[in-house]
Structures are given as C-alpha cells and as structure tokens.
Design a protein around this ligand. Structure first.
Ligand code: ATP
Ligand code: MG
Length: 201
C-alpha cells in the first residue's frame, strides 16, 4: 500500500489542541502514516490583517508541541521555500518528493467554507483528497453540485468540538490568563522563552 501523508497547513500563531486533536483524529480515521503540520511562511490571507509572529517562532511552537508524538511532524517546507505560502505549491512539492504517496489536505470547517478563495485550488484537488474536520462556528455543508468541490475527493472526519482559536489564545497570553491544557506544555515553554504575545510569562 502507498504511504499516506496528511498536510495540515496553518499559521499556528500559536498552535493549540484544536490543531492537534484534528491531526490525530484524521490520522486514525483515514489510516494516515504521517501528518505534517505545515507552518505557513507568509499566510497571504492574514498578513494584510494583523502582525503575524516570525515563521521561525511559529515553527518552534509546532516542533515543541508534536515532540514525541508518533505520526505528527512539524514541517518547514513552506518556510524553506520562502515568500507567500500557497498549499498548491506545497502539495506539488510533496508529490514530487514522494512519488506514489497519497496526499490528504486537512482543513477545519471555517477554511473549507472559504476554499474557493484558494489560489490554484484545482491543482490541490487534483493531487490530494480534501479532509474537512468540524469546527464550532461553521457548519459543514455538502459540496454543491456545481461548486468547486463537485466530483472531487472529499472526506469529513468528526472530532470532539473544540471552541478554541489562536486568536483567542494570543489575547489570553497578552492578558496573562492561563494557556495550560489549551496549548501543549512544550509550546507554552517556547512562548515564555521567546517572549511571544507580550504576556511576560
Ligand atoms: P487564527 O485564529 O489566528 O485564525 P486558528 O485557531 O484558526 O488561528 P489556524 O492556524 O488559522 O488556527 O488554523 C489552521 C487549520 O486548523 C485550519 O484549517 C483551521 O480550520 C484548523 N483549526 C484551527 N482550530 C481548530 C479547531 N478548534 N477545531 C478544528 N479545526 C481547527
Ligand atoms: Mg484560522
């Protein structure tokens, strides 16, 4: 059987248990060998709206969070490529690096809802199965008959609903409220060491 690789892209500013619970549930449900948590270098949909933490810091958070967990890996593929991050480029690069691998692009329901905005979406869907996980705040709709996902490989994986976001966690950190159990311990340590989010932990 061919190797199955999951791609969970994100800004991870910071990583939290919502990302990790999604990764492990998709991995188990679809028999995926490795889930790559791909840290966006320049998340083009976000940089215009708010300051994004340095890519190296966000990668360090993800690496600390997955350390010791079988089947979860921090990926710097978009940081190494540099510039603006498009999933289409990442999928193409992984397909070239791992011929014969089966690729799965994992997104939360909020991202799935806006998937039409993705640059070169068709290329992503040619090369990978789209996996959608539930996320509080957005209902997962059925792909419309004439929509961008019609006739494409799409899977839905259920996970425990976790109403948690990086946006809320940045605010928590800045106001000195606890991050414990929402973010893995190792990543909290990185936040403190690097003085991220202005919370002076
Ligand atoms: P921000 O608030 O800064 O947008 P975020 O919490 O949405 O941060 P991202 O890095 O934007 O985190 O998300 C990366 C991926 O993880 C997206 O596909 C997103 O839908 C998914 N995701 C994030 N949080 C959750 C969650 N709590 N449950 C399910 N999926 C999630
Ligand atoms: Mg988000």
């Amino acid at each position: 059987m061919s190797v199955r690789i999951g791609i969970l892209g994100g800004t991870f500013d910071p990583i939290h248990v919502g990302h990790l619970v999604a990764a492990v549930n998709v991995r188990a449900e679809l028999g995926i060998d490795r889930v790559l948590l791909v840290v966006a270098n320049e998340p083009w949909q976000k940089v215009a709206q708010r300051p994004v933490s340095a890519a190296a810091d966000r990668l360090a958070l993800v690496a600390a969070a997955v350390d010791g967990y079988e089947g979860l890996e921090a990926s710097s593929i978009e940081i190494d490529r540099g510039g603006v991050s498009y999933t289409a480029d990442t999928v193409a690069e992984l397909a070239a690096l791992q011929p014969g691998a089966e690729l799965f692009v994992i997104v939360g329901a909020d991202v799935a809802r806006d998937i039409e905005s993705w640059v070169r979406l068709g290329e992503v869907l040619e090369r990978a199965t789209l996996v959608v996980v539930n996320r509080p705040g957005t209902r997962i709709g059925r792909p419309a008959e004439h929509g961008p996902l019609a006739g494409r490989r799409v899977e839905v994986v259920e996970m425990p609903a976790l109403e948690i976001s990086s946006t809320d966690l940045r605010e928590r950190a800045a106001t000195g409220r606890p991050l414990e159990f929402l973010i893995p311990r190792g990543a909290i340590r990185v936040i403190a060491e690097r003085g991220m989010y202005g919370g002076h932990r």
